[in-house]
Design a binder for this molecule. Structure first.
Ligand code: ADP
Ligand code: MG
Length: 225
């Protein structure tokens, strides 16, 4: 039996903004179904790392791989198409399109990849407790509900990996618990790898493993489960 390719991998990523170096050689791999938390002080480069891993920015050196394919060398367009099919993104802000319904928002990744995702989108909305709210506009939802839509959208195309940057950072504790639980449960069920940037120690403790980013380097892989 061959070992499946990591859902997500980085080799020796280096990045600077102007003369300010931010990442000094970061390597990591997230297996399918594995949840890896990334912690570190503010300004340590967590969001920069997540942007590079998600192909939203191109590293100055190093490699990014999604499900066994190197993607940092792809052009912007080709990478955007791959991303839509393989990577789910959840940020602190929901980034829902305010003029589209809840259902249409969850369908965006499927539209980008040419899939008919309507049944899947409805199923996911039911899973996150939003059955019956498909036709609502994001503006009438609570913060927790909007973030649950963002979770459903991130998983809509059965991505290899989900990248989440402080996904519960603007929620109260009760809603944070619910949203984090849904994200982790759904990803694990579907064998998606998760890279989860968080300040929240309770959330980090729900990961399989935690990586600490300090001064642009990964300190150590700490087994937490
Ligand atoms: N687009 C950018 N242009 C210039 N500097 C940036 C940019 N994004 C981040 N930085 C700088 O890079 C460093 C790391 O930022 P960031 O990755 O956002 O850290 P974290 O998410 O850990 O708080 C900080 O010093 C920040 O000011
Ligand atoms: Mg950040």
């Amino acid at each position: 039996m061959t070992t499946p390719a990591p859902a997500l991998a980085a080799h020796d990523l280096r990045h600077a903004f102007g003369t300010t170096p931010v990442l000094h050689g970061v390597s990591l791999a997230v297996r399918p179904g594995e949840v890896v938390a990334v912690t570190g002080p503010s300004g340590s480069g967590k969001s920069t790392l997540l942007h590079l891993l998600g192909g939203l920015d191109t590293p100055q050196a190093g490699e990014v791989w999604w499900a066994g394919e190197r993607v940092d060398t792809l052009g912007t367009q080709a990478r955007a198409v791959r991303r839509a099919g393989r990577i789910g993104l959840v940020f602190q802000h929901h980034y829902l399109l305010e003029d589209l319904s809840v259902l249409q928002n969850v369908l965006v990744p499927a539209l980008l990849t040419g899939q008919d995702g309507a049944d899947r989108a409805r199923e996911l909305l039911a899973r996150v407790g939003l059955a019956g709210r498909e036709g609502d506009l994001p503006g009438v939802l609570s913060g927790g509900e909007r973030q649950r839509v963002a979770v459903a959208r991130a998983l809509a195309v059965r991505p290899a990996a989900v990248l989440a940057d402080e996904p519960t950072g603007s929620l109260d504790r009760a809603n944070a618990e619910v949203v984090a639980g849904l994200l982790l449960d759904l990803a694990r069920e579907e064998d998606a790898g998760v890279l989860l940037v968080t300040h929240d120690e309770r959330l980090a403790a729900r990961a399989d493993r935690a990586l600490h980013l300090l001064d642009g380097r990964i300190l150590e892989a700490e087994a937490v489960r």
